[in-house]
Write a protein that binds this ligand. Structure first.
Ligand code: NDP
Length: 312
């Protein structure tokens, strides 16, 4: 058997947290290896314009921002690779990590930056029509609904952002909101209210997504009073929050009741010495590109200090 590959620092994930960790770790001569996972560049690649990442007064597209971060990491020598981590063994150091079920790497430190994934309602129609009218990413799929009618479920910032974006393409956008208020920030609420082709369906829940062999044709909703309503739409967009991507690390790495990795003492340290977590995978509160990037920086510094024994 050939000798197993070894690295001082393995970074899992390619969002702002992962790439920023790679920038810092490579500049600290840790020669990091980074596996990008399925969604290269992470969630920001599913938005259009990023207006609140400091340093871009005119805004920047999510795809460009992530490519810039990646190039910055590569410039300092980070080894960025395709691949999914399918198994980990954190029971002893060096840790052993399996890539795509067939390759094993030994790592002295691991930085988990796997982010979070969009949630679905759990309706049969979602599975049936995924990619055929059902989507969790308006900016990825909105293009297909030009001059058509669509629905967005949710009342948070994401739902508002997606509804406004879709309103620029579609003829009409229904926002399906389960309460009589929006959870979103005031500025996002105002944008929705100022968009004439968005209609908010207050206090409605979706019970069924309907369609045919060509895809989604509508949805059945029920009002909190019990009244049923059907809407005719070609696209049905989910914007009801996210699930942290932590399954592969459980139960070894401690998580909270929602699956977010628990980090300690205002650091990126997990319950396992040498394993660190950064970005949305450990952050149910802020979930911003810039906060993810900042915690990626912290994780690389924590890993470096761990390796040099600076804090032991
Ligand atoms: P949130 O958790 O903030 O909102 C989820 C929304 O979906 C809520 O309105 C919730 O309703 C609704 N919802 C949840 N489950 C269901 C369900 N089963 N059926 C119907 N509706 C449901 O998630 P977001 O993704 O919107 O935002 C996450 C974080 O990211 C927030 O902190 C947000 O501020 C931030 N963000 C910031 C942006 C920006 O600054 N530009 C853009 C996007 C997100 P209810 O209110 O009743 O719980």
């Amino acid at each position: 058997m050939s000798e197993m590959e070894k690295t001082k620092c393995l970074i899992i994930g390619s969002g702002p947290a992962g790439y920023t960790a790679a920038i810092y770790a490579s500049r600290a001569n840790l020669n990091p290896v980074l596996y990008e996972g399925l969604q290269i560049g992470g969630q920001l690649t599913t938005t259009t314009e990023v207006e609140n990442f400091p340093g871009y007064p005119q805004g920047i597209t999510g795809v460009q921002l992530m490519d810039d971060l990646k190039q910055q990491a590569v410039r300092f020598g980070a080894d960025v690779r395709f691949g999914m981590i399918t198994k980990v063994n954190f029971s002893k150091r060096p840790f052993t990590v399996t890539v795509d079920d067939n390759k094993h790497i030994q790592a002295e430190t691991v930085i988990i930056a796997t982010g979070a994934t969009a949630k679905y309602l759990g309706l049969p129609g979602e599975e049936k029509f995924k990619g055929m009218g059902v989507s969790a990413c308006a900016t990825c799929d909105g293009f297909f609904y030009r001059k058509k009618d669509v629905a967005v479920v949710g009342g948070g910032d994401t739902a508002c952002e997606e509804a406004v974006y879709l309103a620029g393409l579609a003829r009409k956008v229904y926002m399906i909101v389960r309460r009589n208020v929006l959870r979103a920030t005031t500025i996002m609420q105002q944008r929705v209210m100022n968009t004439p082709n968005i209609e908010i369906l207050w206090e409605y829940q979706t019970v069924e997504i309907t369609g045919n062999e060509n895809g989604v044709t509508g949805a059945t909703l029920v009002h909190n009073s019990g009244e049923e309503k059907t809407i005719t739409v070609d696209g049905f967009f989910l914007a009801i929050g996210h699930q942290p991507n932590t399954e592969v690390f459980k139960p070894a790495v401690e998580t909270d009741e929602h699956g977010y990795i628990v980090t300690h003492e205002k650091t990126t340290k997990t319950n396992i010495a040498g394993v660190f977590a950064a970005g949305d995978v450990q952050d149910p509160h802020y979930r911003q590109g810039i906060t993810a990037a900042a915690s990626g920086c912290m994780a690389a510094i924590d890993a470096e200090r761990f390796l040099t024994g600076a804090e032991n």
